[in-house]
Design a protein around this ligand. Structure first.
Ligand code: CMX
Length: 464
């Protein structure tokens, strides 16, 4: 059934509500992100108000019984501004593909990969930022980066055996002692102004995440020693890499790419949807994002980047570095027969190779073409898809983002695979917190979809 069947006149009318991006001459663009947003938000509120007035009753989809039992796949039930995912083409950040972002977004001096600060500006405003705007964000995040003593103490007290994602989520949760939104809410701030303190919390949280994440890394794997400090003249990724203890220029470039591409994947994935859902109860950004991180820590979502390396190590141990295609195929079938998934492959929405995989592969081809693990990952890319197709049930046999990130990190010496999901989490903040600011700017209500029991659903289908 065609959705949105509209007359030509209605289409023309609808055009009034599109084209939100206003191109300004680059020279007079403000470097004050909050000011830029405070100009955009009222216009966007008006545009959406008018759109809802005219089209509020228009149907955009159907819900089937299978969708309800099947993880709500394909149900259009959320508005998410920063990015949209196409099943074949992959992610577009505010309409821009990953290669377009790599081309258009500002780079560090001498660098080739986009700075995540620029991607954040794009995600939250819809505009490609200037160099000056990106520099202003780097400076602002450096200035907001210090973490309170109780968070440092908690991190230092955690047992080293506690999974890094658990440490990460717990530290973010207790960082809510600093929430500006909590203060604003309890002092009776008007709903229309909630976005301002959510913005402050989001900027503070993003700024502090590298310090938290690097502290976890140094504590868990390096005896708590050697945590570098933030340099206000450097970018977010440089500072993060430096605090982790990596000064290799290529690794810093990898971090810039990594933190850019893991940021957002529209609104329905577990970490994004959870952050949005918890935020809808007006839980502050720290609590909302920590909830999202608990979802990212699941093996079917972000933890898959750790699982891929665990799986590759098992594979190497069993079949060596240069297995024949047949040996590799046998190993993959054994994984499947033992009831496990092949980590890093498949996706709930994508139906082609994830462009986030492709750009990491291109990075590897440029910087580490002869690495033995990269060669193995490339061979796996050739063998896994036909095997998964042969099962007859996997809807997408192609690799996702997690199939390639670990090999790059290993190459530069970051071998602690249990840590990898934390890197994903630091990046994910950029997308989900951009969306959270807009959730409050648009005054979205508490989320509360309707559920039915099986008995009621059976009755409803008989009546239909
Ligand atoms: N290996 C083995 N089986 C797989 C598979 C894989 N990589 N991908 C899907 N399947 C199976 C499913 O488990 C399901 O089996 P059952 O019917 O027996 O339950 C069947 O194929 C159909 O699943 P699907 O519709 O193709 O996939 P879903 O939308 O249900 O799940 C995902 C998507 C990502 C959870 C799944 O592909 C998977 O488990 N992949 C491996 C884990 C992974 O890489 N996750 C990371 C995703 C990206 C991210 O969020 O970071």
């Amino acid at each position: 059934m065609a959705l949105f069947r509209l007359s030509a006149a209605r289409c023309l009318e609808l055009q009034k509500f599109s084209a939100p991006i206003i191109l300004r001459p680059l020279s007079d663009a403000s470097t004050d992100l909050k000011k830029v947003l405070s100009e955009k938000i009222p216009k966007e509120q008006e545009r959406i108000k008018a759109f809802r007035k005219n089209y509020g009753g228009t149907k955009v989809g159907e819900v089937t019984v299978d969708m309800m039992y099947g993880g709500m796949r394909g149900i259009k039930g959320l508005v998410w501004e920063p990015s949209v995912l196409d099943a074949d083409e992959g992610i577009r950040f505010r309409g821009k593909s990953i290669p377009e972002c790599q081309k258009l977004l500002p780079k560090a001096p001498g660098g080739e990969e986009p700075l995540p600060e620029g991607l954040f500006w794009l995600l939250i405003t819809g505009d490609v930022p200037t160099d000056a705007q990106v520099k202003a964000i780097s400076k602002e995040w450096a200035a907001r980066s210090s973490i309170p003593a109780h968070v440092t103490k908690a991190l230092n007290d955690f047992p080293k055996t506690l999974h890094p994602m658990t440490q990460f989520s717990a530290a973010i949760t207790i960082l809510n002692s600093e929430s500006e939104f909590v203060k604003a809410y309890s002092s009776g701030t008007k709903k229309a102004l909630y976005w301002e303190s959510v913005y402050e919390d989001s900027m503070n949280l993003i700024a502090k995440l590298p310090v938290i994440a690097a502290t976890i890394y140094r504590n868990t794997y390096k005896n708590g020693k050697g945590l570098g400090s933030v340099d206000s003249g450097k970018d977010w990724s440089w500072n993060f890499a430096n605090m982790l203890g990596y000064d290799n220029k290529e690794f810093i470039e990898l971090m810039r790419l990594y933190l850019t591409i893991h940021s957002d994947h529209e609104g329905g994935n577990v970490s994004a949807h959870t952050t949005h859902l918890v935020g809808s109860a007006l839980s502050d950004p720290y609590l909302s994002f920590a909830a999202g991180m608990n979802g990212l820590a699941g093996p079917l979502h972000g933890l898959a980047n750790q699982e891929v390396l665990v799986w590759l190590q098992k594979l190497r141990a069993q079949v060596g570095d240069n297995p024949s295609d047949d040996k590799l195929k046998e190993f993959i079938w054994n994984t499947l027969k033992s009831g496990q998934v092949v980590p890093g492959y498949g996706h709930a929405v994508l139906r082609k190779t994830d462009p986030r995989y492709t750009c990491q592969r291109e990075f590897a081809l440029k910087h580490l073409p002869n690495d033995s693990l990269f060669k193995l990952v490339s061979q796996v890319y050739k063998i896994v898809p036909p095997v998964l197709l042969e099962t007859g049930k996997v809807k997408n046999p192609w690799p996702n983002v997690d199939a390639h990130s670990g090999v790059l990190l290993q190459y530069y010496g970051m071998k602690e695979m249990n840590y990898y999901t934390v890197l994903f989490g630091v990046s994910r903040a950029l997308g989900v917190l951009s969306a959270l600011v807009w959730d409050r700017a648009l005054g979205l209500p508490i989320e509360r979809p309707k559920s039915l029991s099986t008995d009621l659903l059976m009755k409803a289908t008989k009546a239909a």
